[in-house]
Design a protein around this ligand. Structure first.
Ligand code: HEC
Ligand code: HEC
Length: 327
């Protein structure tokens, strides 16, 4: 029955060509094109444009030096390629900066999931003492007021709307546009292109040995939180305090993973080969040979998508004098 329907859809050109569709392990597929957004923060072009300014806005940091883009550089796949990012006064935090690309698809934000939505997440960095180090929400708002943001917020959110919640909303709206479609794998999945033979072997391998029980579906993450018994970070336990949450982390997506080294929450794996070997050993109790590792890496490389076209925004500034940055 199912195959009759499939055949009918295929003949109508409504499915990918049999060559690709037939060869895909269960669950795999192209990156979704529709991006979920909360009802109170629709992804309107006006919000996105304002959010883009704020994303690149160093005035949201005490020193006037750090923006979201400092650590999640959109010229380098939404990461800084540092083991631990450099923030206020050259301090380094204790976790690796994940990419903002496709973050709109994650069930919760941060390695330990402590922010449910992008809106919640965006409120953290400006006040984080080792990141942007603003003293308070009020300071962030008055900084943006001095810079000249009031009319921009009025236009997007209504009168007297320059507040911390709306700063976060605009940034989140912008982040929902940071989606990377059309990876070689996606084209292959749609029957529009091919991927190298090694990548095909890798694709079969990850399904066969069970990587895709966690790195599942078109996002290559189940979006669940699972135990990763590795390193000294307590993961979810640092949020909940519960013993059973020790070393529990969100399954990271494989989308663009080839471009976001180093790997893991502590950035301890310098190469993708090393990350793959460690995963197989720690999560599955398997020691992979070099050929399998290389095949899997070749597959992961096909998950690098297209960057959204982003033009640098021009930020509002007072004329004739600089903003009063602080130490
Ligand atoms: C100094 C570096 C730094 C700056 C500046 C910074 N971040 Fe981050 N970001 C990080 C690190 C490190 C993490 C991971 C922290 C954790 O999980 O505990 C992170 C996590 C995130 C995540 C979660 C992604 C995921 O996969 O869970 C998002 C989204 C994000 N940042 C967006 C932003 C936005 C928006 C800004 C600006 C308002 C910003 N960041 C500023 C370093 C930075
Ligand atoms: C039991 C669930 C599970 C299985 C099985 C699993 N992973 Fe993971 N994977 C995770 C989690 C959780 C993380 C995040 C690790 C962290 O917090 O550092 C992760 C992270 C990764 C990363 C690093 C991503 C990044 O951005 O730093 C790679 C690469 C990876 N896995 C590949 C694999 C491969 C290849 C396999 C099969 C050999 C595999 N995983 C099997 C749960 C799993």
């Amino acid at each position: 029955m199912k195959s009759t329907i499939t055949a009918a859809l295929l003949s109508l050109g409504m499915l990918a060509t049999p060559a690709a569709a037939g060869n895909l392990p269960e669950g795999m597929g192209p990156l979704p094109t529709s991006v979920p957004a909360p009802a109170d923060n629709p992804t309107t072009p006006e919000r996105v444009e304002l959010g883009k300014k704020l994303y690149f806005e160093p005035a949201l940091s005490k020193s006037g030096h750090f923006s979201c883009n400092s650590c999640h550089n959109l010229a380098t796949w939404g990461v800084d390629n540092q083991r631990f990012s450099i923030g206020h006064k050259w301090q380094r935090g204790g976790r690796n900066a994940p990419t903002v690309l496709n973050a709109a698809f994650w069930s919760k934000q941060f390695w330990d999931g402590r922010a449910p939505l992008l809106e919640d997440q965006a409120k953290g960095p400006p006040l984080n003492p080792v990141e942007m180090a603003m003293d308070s929400e009020a300071d962030a708002v008055s900084r943006l007021t001095e810079a000249g943001y009031t009319p921009l917020f009025d236009k997007v959110f209504g009168k007297n709307s320059l507040n911390y919640d709306n700063i976060a909303k605009a940034i989140a709206a912008f982040e929902r546009t940071l989606i990377t479609p059309n990876a070689p794998f996606d084209r292959f999945a749609r029957g529009e292109g091919d991927i190298p033979a090694a990548a095909k072997r890798g694709m079969k391998k990850v399904a066969e040995i069970g990587c895709t029980s966690c790195h599942a579906g078109p996002l290559f993450t189940s979006n669940e939180f699972v135990r990763f018994d590795y390193g000294s970070d307590h993961g979810l336990k640092s949020v909940t305090g519960r013993k059973e949450d020790d070393h529990v982390f969100r399954v990271q997506s494989w989308r663009n993973v080839a471009m976001t080294a180093p790997y893991f929450h502590d950035g301890s794996a310098a190469t993708l080969q090393e990350a793959v070997a460690t995963m197989a050993r720690v999560q599955l109790g398997i020691r992979l040979g070099k050929r399998d590792i290389d095949d899997i890496v070749a597959f992961l490389e096909t998950l690098t998508g297209e960057m959204p076209g982003i033009t640098l925004p021009v930020l509002p500034r007072p004329s004739g004098h600089a903003l009063p940055w602080k130490e």
